[in-house]
Design a binder for this molecule. Structure first.
Ligand SMILES: Cc1ncc(COP(=O)(O)O)c(C=O)c1O
Length: 400
């Protein structure tokens, strides 16, 4: 099997699993218990918190453990909105965000939130002037993802946070795709809130964190016990959190080397497919993208058909975000780039990982080229691509 869906999830690192094992067996104490077994779990949890905080340039008390990226995003938006809503019910985000942001915004609208959804250009970037214009004295929070999970475009967060800081508005970033692979810190004037998820950096599924800068007001969403300093109730997933901290430590140990290696493989794959598949186009920016992300728009084929056939050939890929897959909905991200409907439905994501090799990618290029040729022939067209539709830029900000 050739696994090229690391943006959906990554395998658990064996050393992260080893770190978790004691807490899945003998060490089963509840970290809130005062006895020795509880205190052993508390100590492990504190260590995990210190590790995550140090990795993100934050203080231990700025880390809120969650059940993953979805919960972290829900807590960031809902928590700030509930804390600020009497005077500042306005939130600003971007059309290409993950559904965990967009659907939370839609929900918050039912509670009276005013949402501005910024458009992106044909590479997936927000125009900083659009952001400046969107901010008002009623704005409680801006949320801009660090890198897009479908097309890999990396946002210029330093420029964006300079704008939000000047306006006195906190900035949240969904960094689920970048923690462990790109540098990001709360310190050094980074974003004020950061969402992360362990299973994207070779940690276990179902654990993550929201980092919240001291001073940012946040109302809890989960109520019950006083865990996480009263900001997120519920007995902590000790084994999972220990595994997350270990996985992040391992990811950061060779982050730069691995990012450079994967970026070279990424570029080899992009060059190979563009050369072998007539009419294929790259979605997202050619260089300012995640080191492991390739997203291709292929005219004249349905990505669904490509995925099914690639799967039969032992190649795991994706048509967009895993969470949206299965719904048969066209990708809202590729659509926001201004691509034609044909190119939206022919968009395929291949995301590389630590185990990916050049040999695997050469197999994928060959298989994909043959498959596209056959599918186009079967569809009654010629093996040559029709002229790809031009990319149009969205005319004006969509605000709702
Ligand atoms: C950008 C982004 N945000 C949020 C999530 C959700 O994270 P989790 O799977 O931990 O709930 C994902 C997962 O696909 C993602 O890619």
């Amino acid at each position: 099997m050739i696994y090229l869906d690391h943006a959906a999830t990554t395998p658990l690192h064996p050393e992260a699993r080893r770190a978790m094992e004691p807490f899945l067996a003998g060490e089963y104490g509840n970290p809130s218990s005062l006895h020795a077994a509880g205190q052993e779990a508390r100590r492990a949890l504190d260590e995990a918190r210190d590790g995550i905080a140090a990795a993100l340039g934050a203080r231990a008390e700025e880390v809120i453990f969650t059940s993953g990226g979805t919960e972290a995003n829900n807590l960031a938006l809902t928590g700030v909105f509930l804390a600020e809503r009497p005077g500042r019910p306005h939130l600003v985000t971007v059309a290409t965000e993950h559904h965990a942001i967009l659907d939370t915004c839609r929900f918050l609208e039912t509670l009276g939130a005013e949402i501005t959804l910024l458009p992106v250009d044909s590479d997936g970037f927000v125009d900083p002037d659009d952001l400046r214009r969107a901010l008002t004295p009623r704005t409680a929070l801006v949320s801009v993802m660090h890198a897009n999970n479908e097309i890999g475009t990396v946002a210029p967060l330093a420029e964006i946070s300079a704008i939000t800081r000047a306006a006195g508005v906190p900035l949240h970033t969904d960094a689920v795709q970048t923690v462990g692979s790109l540098p990001l810190r709360l310190a050094d004037n980074g974003p004020d809130l950061i969402s992360l998820s362990a299973h994207k950096f070779y940690g276990p599924k179902g654990v993550g964190a929201l980092i919240v800068r001291r001073g940012v007001r946040l109302r809890p969403v989960l109520h019950g016990g006083g865990q996480e300093r009263g900001r997120r109730a519920g007995t902590e997933n000790v084994a999972g959190l220990v595994g997350m901290a270990r996985a992040l430590e391992l990811a950061l140990a060779d982050r730069e080397g691995e990012a450079t290696r994967q970026a070279a493989l990424r570029d080899r794959l992009i060059r190979g497919v563009l050369a072998a598949v007539p009419g294929a186009m790259l979605n997202g920016h050619p260089t300012r993208r995640l080191p492991n992300n390739v997203n291709l728009a292929i005219a004249g084929v349905e990505a669904e058909m490509l995925l099914l056939n690639l799967d039969l050939a032992g190649i795991c890929a994706s048509a967009g975000s895993a969470c949206a897959a299965g719904s048969l909905e066209p990708s809202h991200v590729v659509m926001a780039l201004g691509r034609s409907p044909e190119l939206v439905s022919g968009s395929l994501r291949l995301s590389l990982g630590r185990s990916t090799t050049a040999e695997e990618l050469d197999v994928v290029i060959e298989q994909l080229a043959g498959l596209v040729h056959r599918l186009r022939r079967r569809a009654g067209g010629s093996a040559r691509a029709d002229a790809p539709s031009p990319v149009a830029r969205r005319p004006s900000p969509v605000s709702k």
